[in-house]
Design a protein around this ligand. Structure first.
Ligand code: DQA
Length: 145
C-alpha cells in the first residue's frame, strides 16, 4: 500500500472555531477522518500531522523521501513567507501537492503570492475541506498515472 504524508501548518488546529466564514465549520479532526475514509477507498495509507512551528514542518518534510510515496501540504500562513519550507519541498522528488481551504487568490494581496507552491507539482485551493479530498485524488493520479 502506498503511503502519503499530509502536513498542516500553523493555526489549522483551530479549524471549526477560527474564521468560520472563510474556513468552514469542520474541525481538523473531521478533515482527518474524511481523508482517512477517502484514501482507504483509493488504497492509500495516510499519516496526518499539524504543526505550528516552521522547523517541525521542515523536519517532517525531510522524512518524505525515505518513508512516503507522496506529500500533501497546507502550509497555512507559511505559504506566503517561508523560503525554508520552499527549499525543503524542492529537495523532494516524490509527488507533492499544496492545498488550501480558501481561494488564496481571491483574498488579501499578501495571500495572493504562494512562495511554497514553487516547490510542488500542483496547487488546489478554494474548495473548503474538499481541497483535501481533491488533493488525495490528485496525488493518487501523480503516483499511478
Ligand atoms: C490557508 C490560507 C492561508 O493564507 C492562511 O494563512 C491559513 C489557511 C487555507 O487553507 O486557506 O492559515 O492555508
Amino acid at each position: 500500500m502506498k503511503k502519503i504524508l499530509i502536513i498542516n501548518g500553523p493555526n489549522l488546529n483551530l479549524l471549526g472555531k477560527r474564521e468560520e466564514l472563510i474556513y468552514g465549520k469542520a474541525t481538523l479532526e473531521d478533515i482527518k477522518n474524511n481523508c482517512e475514509k477517502y484514501s482507504s477507498k483509493l488504497k492509500l495509507k495516510i499519516d496526518f500531522f499539524q504543526f505550528n512551528n516552521e522547523g517541525e514542518i521542515i523536519d517532517k518534510i525531510q522524512e518524505v523521501e525515505k518513508k512516503y510515496d507522496g506529500l500533501i501540504i497546507n502550509p497555512a500562513a507559511y505559504t506566503h513567507s517561508s523560503i525554508a519550507i520552499l527549499d525543503s519541498l524542492r529537495a523532494i522528488k516524490k509527488p507533492k501537492i499544496e492545498i488550501h481551504l480558501s481561494n488564496i487568490y481571491s483574498r488579501e494581496d499578501y495571500r495572493k503570492k504562494s512562495i511554497t507552491s514553487e516547490g510542488v507539482d500542483g496547487l488546489i485551493c478554494g474548495f473548503g475541506e474538499n481541497s483535501y479530498i481533491l488533493g488525495i485524488e490528485a496525488i493518487h493520479k501523480l503516483i499511478y498515472n
